[in-house]
Design a protein around this ligand. Structure first.
Ligand code: PGA
Length: 250
């Protein structure tokens, strides 16, 4: 199975010229690892039409679930699809935390993405206070099951849906989740999927880790914690570091 390495540029960079510069550097660097890795750049939506690569696939960072209509400021799954996006991040903790994303809207978005043949990258993760209260497992189970409510196994399978474990306290802090802890969570997520659907599906599904991934720790999440991919924020804007991550992950 190829490792899925996803760049989440968030609200960066500030111009199309910079976006192209970073994208082209990533495209060049990723070429060497194309047999072992699948690389996706989730750029701000305004740049999507202007970015194109052979190695790198495109993804959205968020979307609304309706196809079109009076929803000022939103982007639909059909629009992402028409912008050549093959992936979309859904339920990122910054969406949940700053923009009132709920388990219910995450569920609708997962269904919307699947309906348009876009692969959803479902993000789940506990806050620092939930972790402190020992609620991590409960929170993750709730988030996964709510996101996949009434989504049949066949659709999960054909869409290639991935689940990304992104502990909120590890995002953008430089304080990545300890490898053993991440490994326990990976096993838990597999179990949740196996119980809801089946073991074969949980074994085929790609689970990603995200939260302060860098060139020094990337290998641990893949080799030791056994994740099949990584979701990278800050480091994905620095081409040399991002390529180092890909190299360590494959
Ligand atoms: P980070 O962000 O790598 O900057 O911690 C990860 C993410 O938010 O997906």
């Amino acid at each position: 199975m190829k490792k899925l390495i996803v760049a989440n540029w968030k609200m960066n960079p500030m111009s199309l010229a910079s976006a192209k510069l970073i994208f082209n550097a990533l495209e060049k660097g990723a070429k060497k690892f194309s047999k072992q890795s699948e690389v996706v750049v989730c750029s701000p939506a305004v740049y999507l039409f202007s970015l194109a690569g052979k190695q790198i696939k495109l993804g959205g960072q968020n979307m609304f679930y309706e196809d079109s209509g009076a929803f000022t400021g939103e982007i639909s799954p059909a629009m992402l699809k028409n912008s050549k996006c093959q992936y979309v991040i859904i339920g990122h903790s910054e969406r949940r935390g700053y923009f009132n994303e709920t388990d219910e809207t995450v569920n609708k978005k997962i269904k919307g993405a699947i309906a348009h043949k876009i692969t959803p990258i479902l993000c789940v993760g506990e806050t620092a206070s939930e972790k402190k209260q020992g609620k991590t497992k409960e929170v993750l189970k709730r988030q996964v099951l709510a996101a996949l409510k009434a989504v049949p196994q066949k659709k999960v399978k054909t869409s290639g849906l991935c689940v990304a474990y992104e502990p909120r306290w590890a995002i953008g802090t430089g304080d990545a989740c300890p490898t053993t802890e991440a490994q326990t969570i990976k096993i838990l997520l597999e179990k949740i999927i196996a119980q809801k659907y089946s073991r074969p599906l949980s074994q085929k599904m790609r689970f990603l880790y995200g939260g302060s991934v860098n060139g020094d720790n990337a290998q641990d999440f893949i080799q030791e914690a056994k994740f099949q991919g990584l979701l990278i924020g800050g480091a994905s804007l620095k081409p040399a570091e991002f390529i180092r991550i890909i190299k360590k992950a494959v």
